[in-house]
Write a protein of this length. Structure first.
Length: 326
């Protein structure tokens, strides 16, 4: 967000009993952006939106523009938006080339990242494909398989939705939903892993490597783009639909998952504005993070901190995170 506005924090609070983590509280503490937009001239508010977010500015700006157009009566069928797609791919590259090596104690692949981001910007798919099949990437994949991981006892992924279909699930957004979104009354995860999962939102069979699966899903989206096989529904997909008179909703698939904007107009001013970011889905209090941590040995707090850092990185919040012991 812009200077002077705290972008928020994912706060993780742990309690232990008998040497084991017995309670995990997860809270995504984000500023109420609607308060900055409510009452403004609609076009001015939409121009302000991308300036309020440090990450995914393209996606936020496009979602705002589409939601306003939908509120004025213009729907937008689901399609890949090149600018949002490039932004999502750069975010995936940042995680894989800069963040992931450091997790394993290696140097970040800075030169490779700069080159790869340039290839994405210029549409040079073959060059990116060669990098993604490089021995260094394969080595990172092996390291993922070897690291201490968690298992998903019952992962629950948000199904693929466009703006029109989302109206059947949630006819209108409100402040409570923005703080704690739900799918059919329960938490659901979004992001590359949800987009690549064949399920329809139901609880899925257990997997053995929760963190690795999420990292590999990001790599899979990069490889799809490099091979030219990406489809509508992948990162970069955008859609919008009118949800009532003077009301419009936009959905955008960002690197981290589903972003939702809904605008209610009063004439040509913003009567209300609702934003649901991927972090609110993925760091839901009943989301996967609590399950990964509950029951772990709590005696070595440095080890808990390190494991929690890997867990948070797998879910990839768009804000900082903090751990506290109760």
């Amino acid at each position: 967000m812009s200077e002077g506005i705290d972008p928020g924090c994912v706060r993780l609070r742990l309690a232990s009993t008998g040497g084991r983590i017995s309670e995990v509280r997860v809270a995504s503490e984000r500023p109420a952006v609607a308060s900055y937009l409510r009452g403004r001239a609609a076009d001015d508010a939409v121009r302000l939106v991308p300036l309020l977010f440090a990450l995914c500015g393209q996606a936020q700006g496009r979602a705002a523009t589409l939601a306003l157009a939908a509120a004025r009566g213009t729907d937008f069928p689901a399609q890949l938006d090149p600018a949002i797609q490039r932004e999502a791919l750069r975010e995936h590259l940042w995680r894989w080339l800069l963040d992931l090596p450091v997790q394993f104690g290696d140097a970040a692949m800075r030169e490779e990242f700069v080159a790869a981001a340039g290839w994405v910007g210029k549409g040079q798919r073959d060059e990116l494909a060669a990098l993604l099949n490089d021995a260094r990437i394969e080595a990172l994949c092996r390291r993922l398989a070897e690291m201490e991981d968690a298992s998903d006892s019952a992962p629950r992924f948000l199904p693929s939705l466009d703006a029109r279909a989302s109206l059947d699930c949630w006819p209108r957004l409100d402040a409570d939903f923005c703080r704690m979104p739900h799918w059919q009354g329960a938490a659901a995860e979004t992001g590359a892993i949800a987009r690549r999962h064949p399920g329809t939102g139901a609880t899925t069979a257990a997997t053995t490597s929760a963190f690795a699966a999420r990292w590999l899903a990001r790599l899979g989206e990069l490889r799809d783009w490099a091979s030219g096989t990406e489809k509508v529904g992948a990162g970069g997909t955008a859609s919008a639909a009118q949800s009532g008179t003077g009301r419009g909703r936009a959905l955008v698939e960002t690197a981290r998952g589903l972003l939702m904007h809904e605008i209610a107009l009063d004439g040509e001013r913003i009567a209300d504005y609702f934003i649901v970011a991927p972090t609110e889905w993925n760091f839901h209090p009943q989301g996967p993070l609590a399950g990964w941590l509950t029951g772990r040995d709590a005696n070595d707090r440095e080890a808990v901190q390190a494991f929690a850092a890997r867990a948070v990185a797998a879910l990839d919040p768009c804000v900082r995170w903090e751990l506290e012991w109760l």
